[in-house]
Design a protein around this ligand. Sequence first.
Ligand code: NAD
Length: 492
Amino acid sequence: MTTATTTDVEPALQLPPAKLFIGGEWVDGSGGTFASENPATEETLCEVAAASAADADAAVAAAHQALDGEWGKTSPRDRGKLLWKIADALEARTEEFARIETSDNGKPIFESRYVDVPAAVDALRYFAGWADKVHGDTFSVAGPFSMAYTLREPMGVVAAITPWNFPIIQAMWKIAPALACGNAVVLKPASNTPLTALKFAELASETGLPPGALNVVPGSGSQVGRRLVEHPDVAKISFTGSTEVGKGLMKDAAETIKRVTLELGGKSPNIVFADADLDAAVKGAYNGIFYGKGEVCAAGSRLFVEKRVHDEMLEKLVERTARLVPGDPQHPKTKLGALVSSEQRESVLGYVEIGKQEGAEVAHGGVAADVNGKGYFMQPTILTGVDNQMKVAQEEIFGPVLVTIPFEEPGEVVELANNSIFGLAAGVWTRDIGKAHAVAAKLKAGTVWINQYNWYDSGAPFGGYKQSGFGRELGSAALDYYTETKTVWVGK
Ligand code: NAD
């Protein structure tokens, strides 16, 4: 039996059973086990049971049973009430979830406590409100018919596949709308960070979610994830992860013409014009890249600054960044935690080296950081002398590394900003509101922030243009991706 063991952090983490959650039961996986590591201490938090392809099949079967049973018979209004109750239960245990999220991912506790868990609660409440408001229309139609009407039906079994950077948030952005619309869910969390998803399954079940409505199967992406994508009885894949995996997934999903939404990578431009409030822009650029250790899909990782203010902005930014000291993520004052894994830190530091070879200069950081001799910390990093064609300006680094690129005028910067395979998000800083709207309209990005960066709300849709994916999460837009529309014709 695989049992969760805690580290010597005090008070002890209240870890969930580190097994698979299928049909309302904790079961041992048949795919072996893997260690869930605390990236700040390098300690193993627990050994987690890994699902096999056969376990994925069992989870899909349990989800179908739920749709045929109690969960499928639950009225939309009662689904909403239940989601709201689950939100209350999660909110009441914010601290427990936050500490586990921070231990599993390395993000500062202030983020987990004040952003990640509250955002998950908010998504549950937002979609709880929609549960009994998803409805069709009636149409007057020609021919021997009195009318036609549409029904908005659940799709069936939704497989949610999530990354490691915002584990509880990404899971809830999928689970909440999927359940609100009456689907059953099989969630495969990222192997680096499976614990809050398991804990959430426990909490939802204790709060009254019927067995099989939510199943969680940790395990390898290429086996468990892939099996879910290929499974003929899975109606829809809601995927958040890298563009590379998303491409393969789309091919695999084609075989069964599966509904797919993809939330993928980014290399988002953050554009500062000379007429901006420079201090606000410095703060926005800093938060845009260093919040979440830069392991943020929408991170403002390409900073374009109008030449006239470039040097002044850079000086202020470096000065602010120099005060950002990596530290113990469990400490309430820490603002920069540990990268999620040793491999991730190696990859990010590798990009810094590539940047240097390409001719970039390190204005700050660029190296690993020592925090008590353990953990995968690195210094916040700013690279200057970067050209938009360089690898460090084109590829997603997914760490606390900012590249800065000077520009001359708005036409040039829009072209540079759009010169990317990605199109997830962008920022525009200017006091000229006309220019702000004009530039926002021209940017090929799913989200544009004006005079702010990195803000989200459950009510506002989020998703990508170009190779950053398709489909939208959050907002009423998300409901379209968890329902099928059926047209019913009524004879005279
Ligand atoms: P990843 O693509 O490596 O893995 C994501 C998930 O897919 C994991 O659960 C993984 O196990 C699974 N997976 C891997 N291979 C699979 C396969 N063949 N079939 C099915 N599932 C498979 O991504 P990651 O390293 O966990 O996360 C970082 C990436 O996620 C970054 O590129 C980041 O930009 C992206 N991301 C995007 C958004 C967004 O909303 N657009 C949000 C967060 C993260």
